[in-house]
Design a protein around this ligand. Structure first.
Ligand SMILES: Nc1nc2c(c(=O)[nH]1)N[C@H]1C(S)=C(S)[C@@H](COP(=O)(O)O)O[C@H]1N2
Ligand SMILES: [Mo]
Length: 160
């Protein structure tokens, strides 16, 4: 029995290794700091409790139509009472990019926590990826919007 348990755990470990760690419900995923000093910390449960938005689109990073589920950037900004202006979005690798709040339309960009129904590991551009509905608007298929498609998002600095 013990040998079987070890064999099974090795097998499961091998199968899961390429996927990597995905977030627990209570793990802090996103910090939103507003220019007035207020800070909102969101875990996966908090994000899932916000209105859900889905995007079906192709992307330049993937093959075929993808399904992304998350929170519309608009809903996230409304949740923290953001004003109009520029957002600074920061990734795990210190990549940062400015996104105008005027991008936050519905439909529009989504802060995705599920890709094809699954949580994304860091290796898979997770746990949070800002995705635009590229197939729906030719303007999204430009370098400017690709640069705003920040993955491994950990922080948003918003006007308020
Ligand atoms: N986390 C993170 N997201 C990022 C980047 C990055 O370096 N780190 N580069 C951005 C830029 S400038 C562009 S053009 C696209 C680049 O995608 P590519 O590296 O697959 O060409 O992703 C954007 N998202
Ligand atoms: Mo870029």
């Amino acid at each position: 029995m013990r040998r079987l348990a070890i064999a099974l755990s090795l097998l499961v470990g091998t199968l899961l290794a390429p996927v990597g760690h995905v977030a627990n419900a209570g793990e802090e995923l996103l910090v939103i700091s507003a220019s007035d000093g207020s800070v909102t910390r969101l875990d996966l449960g908090d994000l899932k409790a916000l209105p859900v938005s889905e995007i079906r689109t192709r992307t330049i990073w993937t093959t075929g139509v993808q399904e992304f589920r998350g929170v519309a950037l608009r809903d996230l900004l409304d949740h923290v009472g953001a004003a109009s202006g520029m957002i600074t979005a920061v990734a795990l690798n210190d990549y940062l990019i400015q996104i105008p709040t005027s991008d936050a339309t519905i439909p529009g960009p989504v802060v995705a926590y599920l890709h094809n129904g699954k949580q994304m590991s860091v290796r898979e551009k997770g746990p949070l990826w800002v995705v635009y509905p590229y197939d729906d608007n030719p303007v999204y298929n430009t370098e400017e919007y690709y640069a705003r498609s920040i993955w491994q998002l950990i922080r948003l600095e918003v006007p308020r």
